[in-house]
Design a protein. Structure first.
Length: 398
């Protein structure tokens, strides 16, 4: 997708290689932003609250790495973050606060495999991380701007509101904690009422349907949307309490509109949400015993571990005795589709991969310093059976 009316000054600066990377000592976004690129070319031009127009960059992804764009806000601002791949590229985005906490994630809400999310943020420094859905190389565009500024992507929420009915026709959901089931053809909108300010979690499950959910507040005010949070299932976590009032969930099925979708609305549980992120490999687990982690010991040259993996991540640690190159592979057998992620002991992602080369196996290769590294491996949706985990270490020739 070729963006229209791009901000040429920031774009040209990127192509000329004069954008300002973050300084390592800043520890931006919990370290995720170290080595990232200011979306406006430098920190001063990356304040979205006062920018005269959106800020945009072209991003090149290689070897399963993330591309991180940095921006600041000088005051509370309604923002939009987007990523669109060229050709068949399928970007996934994460928005992180300056402590490294994940505020939101999105895959396909921009339409045509593009990613898009809108939210309100307080003053501060933030990071938008973009990766390729399949871990392969990709060229794309990232754009960050205020919600009244021109969008990079088409989005999906407007189509849903105009395509058949409205929140005025929503079926009552019932009390929090309920689960209801209906196809999009039968029930395109659900409504629920909060008697007191409440943070909520909304899930929509049935991969045959491939649900997309959009949350609206009183007066059909847009709040958030999600597609493909867990496989093809959708989830929205509103971590700050919503005001008392009636809310609407607009339903869409990107595959089969006749398939029933199980929808659950419940109070947001921070511990349960964090456990889900660990199970999906979205963040590294703490090494305090609260999450099961198997210690593989020092990586002298080569080690192997067989993993009876499920779609929940199995976690391992290994110790690298000196700086060098590590290669970590997740090798599957028949019907196995490994997914692999590597973090350092501070929770910074070293690499992530699914489907390396022409196979379903996964591989992460990275230069690393001495220290402890955390490895997560799981079956991608639909995979089953044994995964063989292989780690090798190489040092520079003397």
């Amino acid at each position: 997708m070729t963006p229209l009316n791009a901000k040429t000054s920031a774009f040209a600066a990127l192509l000329l290689g004069v954008v300002t990377p973050a300084l390592a000592q800043d520890a931006l976004c919990g370290g995720v932003g170290n080595g990232g690129v200011w979306i406006g070319g430098d920190q001063a031009n990356s304040d979205i609250s006062v920018a005269d127009t959106y800020r945009e960059q072209m991003a090149l992804l290689l070897g399963g790495n993330d591309y991180v764009s940095l921006f600041t806000l000088s005051e509370t601002t309604d923002i939009r973050v987007e990523a669109a791949g060229r050709g068949s590229g399928d970007p996934v985005i994460d928005l992180l606060d300056n402590n490294g906490g994940v505020i939101l994630s999105d895959d396909d809400s921009g339409g045509n495999a593009a990613a898009r999310a809108e939210t309100t943020l307080d003053a501060g420094t933030y990071c938008m991380s973009m990766r390729s859905y399949d871990g392969g190389p990709m060229t794309g565009f990232v754009r960050i701007g205020r919600q009244e500024q021109e969008a990079l992507t088409d989005g999906l929420n407007a189509v849903e509101m105009d395509g058949g009915g409205s929140c005025d026709d929503a079926a009552p959901f019932g009390p929090l904690g309920n689960t209801v089931s209906a196809s999009v053809m039968d029930t395109p909108f659900w409504s629920f009422t909060l008697e007191t300010p409440t943070a909520v979690s909304i899930t929509a499950e049935n991969e045959t349907a491939d649900p997309l959910i959009t949350l609206y507040g009183p007066g059909d005010s847009y709040i958030d949307e999600n597609d493909d949070f867990d496989g093809l299932n959708a989830r929205i976590d509103v971590t700050s309490p919503l005001a008392a009032g009636t809310y609407c969930i607009a339903m869409s099925a990107l595959s089969d509109e006749s398939a029933p979708i199980n929808v659950t609305v419940s109070g947001y549980d921070a511990d349960a949400a964090l456990a889900l992120l660990y199970a999906r490999g979205e963040v590294a687990p703490p090494l305090d015993g609260s999450v099961a982690v198997t210690d593989l010991g020092p990586l002298q040259s080569r080690l192997r571990e067989d993993v009876r993996a499920t779609t929940d991540v199995a976690w391992y640690t290994l110790d690298v005795p000196e700086a060098g190159l590590i290669v970590v592979e997740a090798i599957g057998g028949t019907n196995s589709d490994p997914w692999l992620v590597v973090y350092d002991d501070l929770g910074r992602q070293v690499g992530l991969n699914d489907d390396y080369g022409d196979s379903l196996d996964s591989l992460v290769m990275a230069r690393v310093d001495r220290g402890t590294y955390i490895i997560g491996v799981r079956q991608f949706e639909g995979g089953q059976g044994l995964i063989r985990l292989l780690a090798e270490r190489y040092i520079r020739a003397q």
